[in-house]
Every structure is written in C-alpha cells, then in structure tokens.
Design a protein around this ligand. Structure first.
Ligand code: ZN
Length: 442
C-alpha cells in the first residue's frame, strides 16, 4: 500500500478535476482512493496496515503521460552521421533504413533501455512503440519488452511489416507480430500489449496486406499513413487511389488502428478516418524536422476524428510534443487564436482513450480502480492555478524533467529522480558500446 499525499491532485476525472491538499492511495497495481486530506478516513474496507508514504511536497500529482507513437530503436541515430537528404524519402534511405538494417538481435535491448529511462524521467508511464530491424526480426519484440519489464514501463509493441527487404523478411515480420500478440494475450496484465505493425502503404503490396489481415485477427494495426507526399503519389501511381484511401479500402483502418501522421489527407479521406473509427497520431516535431508538411489535426478533430499525440522518437519528453503542437498550428494558420483547445485534448484526453482502447484496464486518470500510473511533478505555479486554466499552466510551466517520482502499475519506478535497482550508468555504457559497433559496420 502506497499513499501519495500533500499534493495538488490533477485527476483528469471530469467529476473532480482538481483536489487541493489531496492524496492518492494505491494498493497493489490499482488506485483505491483519491481524495482530500492527508489520508482517507476511514481507510477503504478491506485495507489495513500502514502504507508507505510519499510526500508530494506541495507539487502536482498527476496521471503519468502517454506517448502514442515512438520508435525506441531510433536511439542509435542520436549523433550518427548521415548524408544530407533532399526530401523525406531520402531521410528514410540515408538514415532510418540504413540504421534499422544494421541492428543485430543483441542491439535491440540496449537501444530500447535509454529512451525508456528517458521516458520515465520525463513522466511518461506508457509508450506505444513501432519497431523495425529487418535483419533481426525474430524475438525483437520480446527484447524490447524485456527492457520495458526491467524498468517497469507500460508498453504496447509491434513490428513493422514491409516488402522493402523482400518477401521472406515480410513474412518474418508477420510471424513476429503474431507470436508476440499470442505471448501478450496469455499474460493479461496490460504491461505489454501488442498491435500489428505495418510500415506504410508505399512499401506494402496487396498480397502482403492480405496476409497481415488474416494474421492480425482482432488486433488493430499501427501504420504510418500519408506522412509525406511520396506515400500519396505512390498509391496514386500504383493503385489509382490516395494513401489513406488505400488503407481504408483494404480494411486496415478500424477502431483499434493507429494511423500515424495523416499529413496529406483530403476531405474524403478524413471522412474515411472518421467512419472507420481509426485513431490518428500527430507527431508535430517529427513532421517539422522532416519537412513533410502540417497534419491538419484541428480540422481532423473538428470533423470527428480522434487524434492523439506522439513523439515519433524525436524526444522522450511528451511535454515537448505538447508545446510544439500548441504553436505549430497557430504558426501554420497565421492565427494566434488557433489551436488552444486541441493540443491538451490530444495529449491528456485522447492519448488516454487510445491507450485504454488497447488494454483491458485503465490508465491516464486518477480514480478508484484505474492502474496506479502516477507522477509527482515539482511544479509550483507563480499565478493562481484552477480548473479553468490548468492546461495553460501545464503548457507554459511544465517540463517532463520536473517529474520527481513515478509509479507504474503500483511500482515506484522513480523516486526523487533515482530509478531504484537500476544501474543507469552501466546500461548507458552498454548502449554506447552497441551504438559505436553499429555505426562502424553500417
Ligand atoms: Zn514513426
């Protein structure tokens, strides 16, 4: 039993969004009480004993953040030399496909550990990852899941099936998704879930998509969609239809499918996204860095599409994505009044809905029965903070690095900035060793 007390509790529960001088009681992996005061009086029925106390020191007590799209393997690109790219397709060829083809089975665990540590240090308690390592496919998701288990991070994983390296590797990717889904299905603890990964329609034949549809069953897909104009032009040239339209007509879109980016979508495709119930993930920093264009996220949301927020591996700190989303759409629209409501909705509300749609239990909210995924943030507002200005306070005042303590599934994974039982320096030294060897051989 753990009692987090002496905090300004931000619940994300519309019934009572803020509790000043509040506390949260955790038993096992669940929240059993949220309320005002140093502790519940009396304690909930069936609970006895003295809880371990965590003093929030007057800071914020919040649900842990969710990163709805990332690539842990992208860690090894940090500081790597790559030829300049004339466009997004060259970014893929010069950097990402060079990197992922070089990954060995032994690299995967050590590529996943640093961004997962960084995530926890930034207050992120759940990530949805999209993995590629075409010459180390089999067992790759298990290696990433092992890194998540070491650190106690909640994750949803998939392997990106693609025809870009030939049929045999595409078939290996299909098997990896299937095998990992079976493994997760047998665990029922929601700490490691799965989606069925696809790269993007531009590297997937109809034949491969059909195979994926058969193997995926009820599992949703996690696919890059219309990230650059190249994906759209490819679909038009090969299939006489646009990229998102092709995914829709092939039956890939659905209420559990993550359609990542959706930068280049027309009105008809937005209607297809809405009708299918697909979940769009917006990655503002990545889109800006790759110069692919601006996802019309406010328009998508205005037309009934659920849009969440990811980092695409650009950062582990989701408050950076939040801040970027908040300014990108003002800049793009040339309107300082644009996009005030949408970024917090994507980050806090929609990411919660997305993660919970992929699990049996609930995260992203502080209320009785939800998983105990909780962060304590060292933020003391310089101006009055209330329910009406909460998201603006967090937009301008928050940094993931202000996270002091984090619980995931009831386990303290960071206490006063220390990760208990984790030798970070030794793990990072191993990561640098693997990255150096990879850079030397590619
Ligand atoms: Zn991505």
């Amino acid at each position: 039993m753990i009692l987090i007390h002496n905090g300004l509790v931000i619940t994300r529960d519309p019934a009572r969004p803020l509790i000043e001088g509040g506390a949260v009681l955790v038993e096992g992996n669940r929240i059993v009480w949220v309320g005002k005061g140093p502790e519940p009086e009396p304690f909930p029925a069936g609970l006895s004993g003295v809880p371990e106390r965590i003093d929030a020191g007057g800071g914020l007590v919040m649900p842990g953040f969710i990163n709805a799209h990332t690539h842990c393997y992208s860690t090894f690109a940090r500081g790597m030399a790559a030829k300049p790219a004339a466009g997004f397709e060259e970014v893929l060829r010069n950097l990402w496909w060079r990197l992922d083809k070089g990954l060995s089975p032994e690299d995967l665990y050590y590529s996943a550990v640093p961004p997962m540590i960084d995530s926890i240090r930034s207050g992120v308690t759940s990530i949805i990852d999209h993995h590629a390592s075409p010459f180390a496919v089999s067992g790759s998701l298990r290696a990433i899941a092992a890194a998540a288990a070491l650190l106690g991070l909640r994750c949803n994983l998939c392997y990106e099936v693609s025809d870009r390296d030939g049929e045999e590797i595409a078939l290996q990717g299909i098997r990896e998704n299937r095998d990992f889904a079976r493994e997760c299905g047998g665990r029922h603890d929601d700490m490691a879930g799965s989606l069925f990964g696809l790269h993007a329609q531009m590297t997937l034949s109809d034949r491969t998509l059909d195979r994926c549809l058969v193997e995926a069953g009820d599992t949703g897909f996690h696919v890059h969609a219309a990230e650059g104009t190249g994906d759209v032009n490819d679909a038009l040239a090969k299939y006489g239809m646009r990229a998102v339209e092709r995914l829709y007509r092939r039956g890939i879109l659905g209420p559990k499918t993550l359609a990542v980016h959706c930068v280049h979508v027309n009105r008809e495709e937005i209607a297809m996204l809405r009708e299918s119930g697909a979940l769009v993930i917006h990655n503002p920093q990545s889109n800006m860095a790759n110069a692919v264009g601006t996802c019309p996220a406010p328009e998508l949301m205005g037309r009934g599409v659920l849009v969440g927020l990811g980092s695409d591996g650009y950062t582990a700190d989701m408050t950076e994505s939040y801040k970027t989303a908040a300014i990108l759409h003002k800049h793009h629209a040339g309107n300082p009044s644009a996009a005030w409501a949408e970024p917090p909705k994507m980050f806090f509300e929609n990411n919660r809905i997305i993660m919970n749609r992929l699990m049996e239990g609930e995260t992203g909210i502080l209320r009785e029965g939800a998983y105990a995924d909780i962060i304590v943030v060292d933020y003391k507002p310089p101006t009055p903070l209330h329910a009406g200005n909460l998201d603006a306070q967090l937009l301008f005042g928050l940094s993931g690095r202000l996270t002091d303590t984090a619980l995931i599934n009831g386990r303290v994974v960071m206490r006063r900035r220390e990760l208990p039982g984790i030798d970070e320096e030794a793990l990072l030294a191993k990561s640098r060793e693997h990255a150096r060897a990879l850079w030397n051989r590619i």
